[in-house]
Design a protein around this ligand. Structure first.
Ligand SMILES: Nc1nc2c(c(=O)[nH]1)N[C@H]1C(S)=C(S)[C@@H](COP(=O)(O)O)O[C@H]1N2
Ligand SMILES: [Mo]
Length: 246
């Protein structure tokens, strides 16, 4: 496939207009395929495509604590902080027709979704925050995910205890309307502790499935060759469940 720049990718996105993923050929076939694999789970869980509860502004936590990496010291992260993330790039690649390299400006120029949701960490705490950013589906539509892709992998800038943090979801969570690439928390650029400048919000999943310090989004056919093959940092390291739906 020919590598195209962000402008070409965005042009494709604009040409697609307000077309929903459920109406597009790629999105539809992905969803159909994904739904097939998860039919049993869907029935058991009462619908994976349902919406996570959204809260009122007055219910937002006054302080959204940080957990895990809260101020990465590896790589060039501290230089990026010093430069106010002016050089941050989000690479969208893997099994896509139009790989893209997006700046924060590109991310902010896309249609945005704001949602006030409760974050639940398995360590036993919750916090309610207002998150804003483009839906992941918008980026995936612009990139043109190929039909053989089954998972979306998220790459992060932080190295925690000697391993790069990463996560992955299937296409149901990837295309869920409340799965967004967040750059604002409570209307302000993300604090470093909460994943500046970009972090995923995947509201139908537990806290560890919401990768912070996001640098890459990759469409893949298998998770076997990524990390230790279990689909995420905590899955590899501590045997956390890959599917952490709530
Ligand atoms: N890159 C990265 N993402 C991460 C983590 C991390 O250490 N590194 N911790 C995870 C865990 S366990 C939780 S509960 C949430 C915490 O998000 P917060 O720091 O904004 O509270 O981020 C998740 N995403
Ligand atoms: Mo967590």
């Amino acid at each position: 496939m020919k590598r195209r720049g962000v402008l070409a990718g965005m042009t494709a996105f604009l040409a697609a207009g307000c077309q929903k993923v459920s109406e597009s050929t790629t999105g539809r076939s992905l969803l159909d395929a994904a739904q097939g694999w998860h039919q049993g789970a869907n029935r058991l869980l009462g619908g994976r495509t349902g919406m996570a509860k959204e809260y009122d502004r007055s219910e937002r936590s006054p302080f959204f604590r940080g957990n895990g990496s809260v101020n990465p010291q590896n790589g060039d992260y501290q230089e990026q902080v010093a430069a106010s993330f002016a050089n941050w790039r989000l690479e969208v690649g893997g099994l896509v027709n139009n790989p893209m390299s997006l700046s924060l400006e590109n991310i902010r120029a896309l249609p945005q979704r704001t949602q006030i949701t409760r974050h639940d960490c398995v360590e036993g705490w919750s916090a309610i925050g207002e998150w804003t950013g483009p839906q992941l589906s918008t980026l995936l539509e612009a990139a043109g995910v190929q039909d053989n892709a089954r998972y979306i992998v998220f790459r992060c800038a932080d190295n925690l205890n000697g391993q790069d943090y990463y996560e992955s979801v299937d296409m149901i969570d990837a295309y869920h309307p409340q799965t967004i690439v967040a750059h604002l928390l409570n209307g302000e650029p993300l604090p470093v502790r909460n994943g500046a400048p970009l972090r995923m919000r995947i509201e139908k999943q537990l806290g560890y499935k919401h990768p912070k310090y996001l640098t890459g989004i990759e469409a893949v056919a298998s998770l076997d060759d990524i990390g230790d093959g279990k689909g995420g940092y905590w899955e590899d390291r501590a045997g956390y469940q890959w599917y952490a739906g709530i």
